[in-house]
Ligand binder design. Structure first.
Ligand code: 13P
Length: 251
C-alpha cells in the first residue's frame, strides 16, 4: 500500500512573515487530528531556514522548488543542493512546467539536476506533463514518455526508488481546468507501466505518482481515490491553510 502524499508548491508567494503565518496555521490544523499522509511544503528559498525551524518536531517535511546542478561557482542567482540541505530541505521539486517553459529548462538539464539531487541526498519530486496543444494533437503519452525516459537517463533503480513523480498537465495548472479523474488515472497508469518497463514491476508498484493541476478541496477526494494517483502537488490551494488542510483530510 503506497502512502498518500500531499505536497504544497508555494511558487513565488509569501515573504517571511507570510510564511510564518501559513506554516503556523497548517501546524495548528494538523496538531488537532494528526494525519497518516506525508505532508510536504515547498516555500520560497528565503523562507526555507525559518520553515525548517518551525516544522521541527512535526510530521511536515520541507522541500525547495528548484536548484542548480552544480555544487558551487560562478552561477549568479542560483542555489545548490548542498545549500538546500544546509537550510533543512529533504525534498526538491525539479522539472516543474514553469521551469521548463518560462526558464527554458530542457530534459537534459532536468536529468542533471535529478542526478545532483540524488547524489546530495535530496529526494526529488520530478514533474512532467503535456501542454494543451500536445494533448489535443494526441501526443500526451509520447511527451510523458520522452520526459520520463530522458529525465531518468542513467539513474539506477535504487536511486529511482527515492524519486516522487508528479504528473502535472500544463493546461490544468493555475487554470481551474482539472483533468478528470479518468483522464488523470489513465496517464498515471501509463507512467506506472513505463516505470515497469524501465526498471521493474516492484519499482513501478512502489513508485509514488502525484497529480497536480488545479487540485482543490472539492475535487481532491475523487482524484485521489483513483488506483494510480498517490497524492497531489497543490499550487494555488496550498496558500490558504484551510484549503490545504481540507485536501490533506480528503484522503
Ligand atoms: P495549481 O494547483 O495552482 O493549478 O498549481 C499546480 C502546480 O503547478 C503545483 O506544482
Amino acid at each position: 500500500m503506497r502512502r498518500k502524499v500531499i505536497a504544497g508548491n508555494w511558487k513565488m508567494n509569501n515573504d517571511l512573515s507570510g510564511s510564518i503565518s501559513l506554516i503556523s496555521a497548517i501546524k495548528n490544523g494538523l496538531s488537532e487530528k494528526g494525519t497518516d499522509n506525508l505532508v510536504i511544503i515547498a516555500p520560497p528559498y528565503t523562507s526555507l531556514e525559518t520553515a525548517c525551524a518551525l516544522i521541527k518536531d512535526t510530521e511536515i517535511k520541507l522541500s525547495a522548488q528548484n536548484m542548480h546542478f552544480e555544487e558551487s561557482g560562478a552561477f549568479t542567482g542560483e542555489i545548490s543542493a548542498g545549500m538546500l540541505k544546509s537550510a533543512g530541505c529533504e525534498y526538491v521539486i525539479l522539472g516543474h512546467s514553469e521551469r521548463r517553459t518560462i526558464f527554458s529548462e530542457t530534459d537534459e538539464i532536468i536529468n542533471k539536476k535529478l542526478k545532483k539531487a540524488l547524489s546530495s541526498e535530496l529526494l526529488p519530486i520530478f514533474c512532467i506533463g503535456e501542454t494543451l496543444e500536445e494533448r489535443e494533437s494526441g501526443k500526451t503519452n509520447s511527451i510523458v514518455e520522452r520526459q520520463i525516459s530522458s529525465g531518468l537517463d542513467g539513474i539506477s533503480e535504487s536511486d529511482f526508488n527515492k524519486i516522487i513523480i508528479a504528473y502535472e498537465p500544463v493546461w490544468a495548472i493555475g487554470t481551474g481546468k482539472t483533468a478528470t479523474p479518468d483522464q488523470a488515472q489513465e496517464v498515471h497508469k501509463f507512467i506506472r507501466n513505463l516505470i515497469e518497463k524501465i526498471y521493474s514491476k516492484n519499482s513501478a508498484e512502489k513508485c509514488i505518482i502525484l497529480y497536480g493541476g488545479s487540485v482543490k478541496p472539492d475535487n481532491s477526494a475523487e482524484l485521489l481515490s483513483q488506483n494510480d494517483i498517490d497524492g497531489a502537488l497543490v499550487g494555488g490551494a496550498c496558500l490558504k491553510s484551510y484549503s490545504f488542510l481540507e485536501i490533506i483530510y480528503s484522503v
